[in-house]
Write a protein that binds this ligand. Structure first.
Ligand code: ATP
Ligand code: MG
Length: 305
């Protein structure tokens, strides 16, 4: 899937505009009370997803507080991507979705499409697993990062856009932004391409970042660098994050809490350290047993899932 899939197709308003409109309507103290009433930035309640007769996500509930990272872990096909795409309403029309996805007091599942478009890539961003397919191979990366910004900021002067792009490239530690802004995706390494996608995801200062297997395509050293970057960014931006991976060891490095998904059902949800210390569900135990550690006996195959 390309990023075009969740870029707004129509001009959008700034978050600030929405905020001022809301202020005019309710007054600031009411807005404050609304935010106090919903301590969770994201609260998914009873989410079910089906394709035809096949239910792939069953009554899933989870929440993420502002600034918190929730890890979502489970084997291939357990419904991780479907859940994340449901949040952004990017599943195909053939998907039957029920339940509630509450984001900062709004139910995303019942929002009209134009309002949803304002959220995508702005207050909620996503980074995809495969950097090469998510980037346009024939467009310089500077223009691609700029598009992520201008999609939500109409009529900004070129100089402002360029400085935003350079700042975004700096923030993800891409080397020599001034020189490399005109380069194409194939001129970057896999890790650098993932940094470009992170820059695009963060340029509009989202409140929630969904990262679907953001390091799976990378080798272990680069994976560690990207995880380190995400941890840093999360603190500097006070960003809430839904971090998806099939690898419990990776998730445990960034997540405050972990939800374990098996066949579309959450079988366990606990603070990361507790999950490791005292896993309750047999499936969690088998995931833990199959996660390689420094002490893993590599002469035997990993335990099956
Ligand atoms: N568009 C679709 N039409 C029909 N079935 C789908 C569609 N998208 C996903 N599915 C099915 O939904 C189930 C969950 O898929 P999903 O992509 O969410 O898994 P996942 O946990 O992200 O797996 P992976 O770790 O391999 O990325 C799978 O059985 C998959 O075949
Ligand atoms: Mg997936």
């Amino acid at each position: 899937m390309t990023l075009d899939a969740f870029r707004p197709r129509q001009p959008t308003f700034l978050t600030a505009v929405q905020y001022y409109r809301a202020t005019a309507h309710y007054g600031t103290s009411e807005i404050y009370r609304i935010s106090l009433r919903s301590p969770h930035m994201l609260a998914i309640e009873d989410l079910s997803i089906a394709f035809g007769d096949r239910k792939i996500v069953h009554n899933l509930s989870l929440s993420i507080a502002p600034g918190e990272t929730l890890g979502l872990v489970g084997e291939s096909g357990s419904g991780k991507s479907a859940t994340s795409l449901a949040i952004l309403r990017l599943l195909p029309e053939t998907a039957k979705i029920t339940g509630k996805i509450n984001f900062s007091g709004e139910d995303l599942l019942s929002l009209p499409e134009p309002a949803m478009r304002r959220h995508r890539g702005q207050s909620i961003s996503m980074i995809f697993q495969e950097p090469m397919t998510a980037l346009n191979p024939v467009m310089p990366i500077g223009r691609q990062i700029a598009e992520a910004y201008t999609a939500h900021h109409l009529g900004e002067p070129r100089t402002t856009i360029k400085s935003k792009v350079l700042a975004a490239m700096h923030s993800v530690k891409l080397p020599e932004p001034e020189r490399r802004i005109h380069d194409y995706p194939h001129q970057f390494s896999g890790g650098q391409r993932q940094r470009i996608l992170i820059a695009m995801a963060l340029i509009n200062r989202p409140r929630l970042l969904i990262a679907d297997e953001p390091t799976t395509a990378l080798d272990v050293t680069v994976q560690a660098q990207i995880l380190h970057l995400l941890k840093e960014i999360r603190l500097t931006h006070n960003l809430a994050m839904l971090f998806i991976s099939h690898d419990l060891a990776v998730v445990s490095q960034v997540a405050d809490r972990v939800a374990v998904l098996q066949h579309g059902r959450i079988v366990e949800l606990a603070p990361t350290s507790e999950l490791f210390r005292n896993p309750q569900h047999p499936y969690t135990r088998s995931l833990l047993a199959s996660a390689p550690t420094m002490h893993t006996d590599r002469t035997h195959p990993l335990a099956g899932l």
